[in-house]
Design a protein around this ligand. Structure first.
Ligand code: ARG
Length: 459
């Protein structure tokens, strides 16, 4: 047991207590951030005249050696240290003696861990953004290629009105655009440096917190030392953004599972993204989509967990906050894995365009257009609605679609119908007439594609 704080204690810590308290098994992930923060800290200490330049140089040289040794596997991060901060400092002191003992001047593990967590999550935000960007590029391609791939749009999982595959995918594109910008917002809000807050009340040393912040590429220092060591809002925001990403992926997965089913056959997932059954030889299961849908739960759990952990904590630092790490790491791994696999899955799936169009034709998805036709010929909408209701009943009874009816049959129900009803009710016409911005018609869709093209070019 290597502890930094043995001086005040007369008894050894009980082993179980030690294990319960220690965080090294998971905060060892921070070794890079911890060393980077320490290098910035001593650079600032020297610039502020608190240590000498040669002490700074010795410490930085040794910290870089420790980093290299950890990376090459020569130095192992073991459970003998309480946490990553103790590990780095103890190794520094082992290697360069008394000079190493100056590293922690004007610093506490409270502001140190606050810094490490921010540096770590900040890098991960950038990575997740780039994965979301890759996903959006695939969605954009699917949109461009499927402006005329007709399919039924659903409400209540009942066929409603015809749309295109481009338009359907475009809905997800909007969701992931929002996810992307949410991550940018979080980055901008959290990118302030807590180092220099000390344990909770700053320090008596003349620390240059602006310098530390700029050395670590932060916009500036945080403005209240108590808040600095006890703020985990950015973790909550990040896990909330992750939960939203997972919710989007999960909804999309659900649709992919439905579309890939034998009943729908709108798409076929690539063999590489499907699995077989150990007993039923005919099966090709959409396991990846199901796992993405399933893993949404654990990301939600991480958000609920941190919110619950934080809710009763008085200012400033309390050990409860050590609980922020494992759940955040797990959520980061889960979200990154899910986005990457989901992207590969939709990039390789095949569309069965004929089945989509057939399905769109069969469910009276053009009934609203039949009503609109009548409205355009002077019939009030409410009357038109009821006339078309009768048409639909008639078709259901004869097991035909609206397009199968003869003009005589139309006219018997309402004399306003003319020969041009057949074009008006064709899938192409139903979709192509819908050109208000945001609608599936080609003119509207082209405008959105242009906007998205520019959005993707500027990521
Ligand atoms: N392992 C701790 C954490 O993750 C580091 C800070 C410890 N500070 C303290 N006063 N015990 O939160």
């Amino acid at each position: 047991m290597a502890q930094l704080w043995g001086g005040r204690f007369t008894k050894e810590t009980d082993q179980l207590v030690y294990n319960f308290n220690a965080s090294i098994s998971f905060d060892k992930k921070f070794y890079k951030q911890d060393i980077r923060g320490s290098i910035a800290h001593v650079t600032m200490l020297a610039a502020s005249g608190i240590i000498t330049d040669s002490e700074r140089d010795d410490i930085i040289k040794c910290l870089n050696e420790i980093l290299a040794d950890v990376e090459s596997g020569k130095l192992e991060i073991t459970a003998e240290y309480e946490d990553i901060h103790s590990f780095v400092e103890a190794n520094l002191i082992d290697r360069i003696g008394d000079t190493g003992k100056k590293l922690h001047t004007g610093r506490s593990r409270n502001d140190q861990v606050a810094l490490d967590m921010r540096l770590y999550t900040r890098d991960e935000i950038v990575e997740v953004k780039s994965l979301v960007a890759d996903l959006m590029k695939v969605l954009h391609r699917l949109m461009k290629e499927n402006l005329k791939t007709y399919m039924p749009g659903f409400t209540h999982l009942q066929k409603a009105q015809p749309v295109t595959f481009a338009h359907h995918v475009g809905a997800y594109m909007e969701m992931f655009k929002r996810d992307y910008s949410r991550l940018t917002d979080i980055y901008n809000r959290m990118n302030y440096c807590p180092l220099g807050a000390g344990a909770l009340a700053g320090t008596t040393y003349p620390l240059d917190r602006d310098l530390t912040a700029s050395l670590l590429d932060f916009y500036g220092p945080t403005l209240n030392s108590m808040d600095s060591v006890s703020d985990r809002d950015y973790v909550i925001e990040l896990l909330s953004a992750f939960s939203t990403i997972m919710m989007h992926l999960s909804r999309f997965s659900e649709e992919i599972i439905i579309w890939n089913s034998n009943e729908y056959q709108f798409i076929e997932l690539d063999d590489a993204y499907s699995t077989g059954s150990s007993i039923m030889p005919q099966k090709k299961n959409p396991d990846i989509a199901e796992l993405v849908r399933g893993k949404t739960g654990r990301v939600y759990a991480s958000l609920t967990s941190i919110l619950t952990t934080m809710k009763g904590i008085p200012l400033a630092y309390n050990k409860d906050m050590q609980e922020d790490k494992e759940l955040t790491f797990d959520a980061i791994d889960t979200v990154k894995g899910c986005i990457a696999l989901f992207t590969g899955m939709i990039d390789t799936m095949k569309l069965n365009k004929e089945n989509m169009a057939k399905s769109a034709m069969n469910g009276f998805t053009n009934a609203t257009d039949a009503a609109d036709y009548l409205v355009n010929h002077g019939v009030p909408f409410r009357d038109a609605h009821s006339i078309v209701g009768r048409l639909v009943l008639y078709c259901i009874d004869k097991n035909i679609s609206l397009l199968d009816m003869t003009l005589e049959e139309y006219k018997e129900i309402c004399p306003v119908f003319e020969e041009d009803i057949y074009t008006a009710l064709s899938l192409e016409e139903c979709v192509e007439k819908r050109n208000t911005i945001g609608a599936p018609g080609p003119i509207a869709m082209q405008k959105v594609l242009d906007i998205n093209e520019e959005f993707l070019a500027n990521l």
